[in-house]
Write a protein that binds this ligand. Sequence first.
Ligand SMILES: *Cc1c(COP(=O)(O)O)cnc(C)c1O
Length: 370
Amino acid sequence: MNDNLKPSSKTLHAPNSNRKQGAAITPGPVFSSTFHTHGMPENAPYQYGRFHHPTWEHLESKLGELEGGETVIFPSGMGAIASVLTTILESGDTVIMPNDGYYPSRAYVEQFLIRYGIKMRLSATTDMANISFTDVKLVFIESPSNPMLDVCDISDICAKAHKAGALVAIDNTTATILGQNPLNLGADFSIASDTKALNGHSDMLFGHVASRHTDAINRIRDWRKLSGNIPGPMETWLVDRGLQTLDVRLERQVKNAHKIAEFLVSHTAVKSLRYPGLKDDPSHELASKQMTHFGFIVTFDLGGTEAADHFMANLKMITDATSFGGTHTIAERRKRWGTDDIPDGTIRLSAGIEHIDDILRDIDQALDKL
Ligand SMILES: *Cc1c(COP(=O)(O)O)cnc(C)c1O
């Protein structure tokens, strides 16, 4: 029934929703760890909460429709990323990771998978389409990359990787499934941290993986079951509630981000700025080709630690916090974590849904005092 719906409508209507007289429009979370199981367990649709859960199915079916592939949910984005890396890679395999993407993804390979004989090669996001994929098992990309918003040509990379016999996984967190459809662009795995814009209310962590490879997705589901990396019913239900407003939130956030970028790009205190929506941004052309919006993150350099720290301290409404994609506008001096190879004065700002006048006034007064 969902085939003809636009993606924004698919965030609301589950493919097999119960439309019988009196059925709940929003099926609530089921708080049960165990289920009536008479006789042979395979005759019961649910048996134990680590194997299957009715609350998971509702969200997984919706996300599956949006992604265009079977979807498995996780209690965090890293849970979803680890499920793909751990189930696909074997001893002797090589994985290519972005050296400018979300740091914990490559840290997981470094700290845990290399011990099992897996080899990692690093590449910048903008070089990904030009490197050799010979003898590579998995190419892991992130586009737009966090925090510098570089974009790579997803369908080109997928075509080249597949020709060389490699699989491609994409971290689609910054774009979200409404901003970019990785499986339609040729990727084997679409992964997201739903902690960010998909849930969008900065009140929980969550993640998911989608794929059209049935064997791989079954292995990922087995890994979830056997590693115990399972989401709770309350979080699952709340993420479904967040998903219902993803499209309207994005509309406001993307518009706000664009206006923030336009305001900052000509400001004398700003040394450089990245926003894929600006015509002369290096990501603009590719982003226009493969994305439906330019995102809600603006990354800019104030020229040094001192200026950036002062700017953050001067802000009155915008919150100094890590993460992004929520309803509140938040920002941080990204280098304070020490994990990204970026200028010291880099600010990563995530546009929220506040009135644009309030956001710009706050940024303006904070820059004025530098
Ligand atoms: C936050 C983030 C993750 C990790 O997600 P968690 O939900 O914090 O585990 C992965 N990738 C990107 C791009 C992120 O921003």
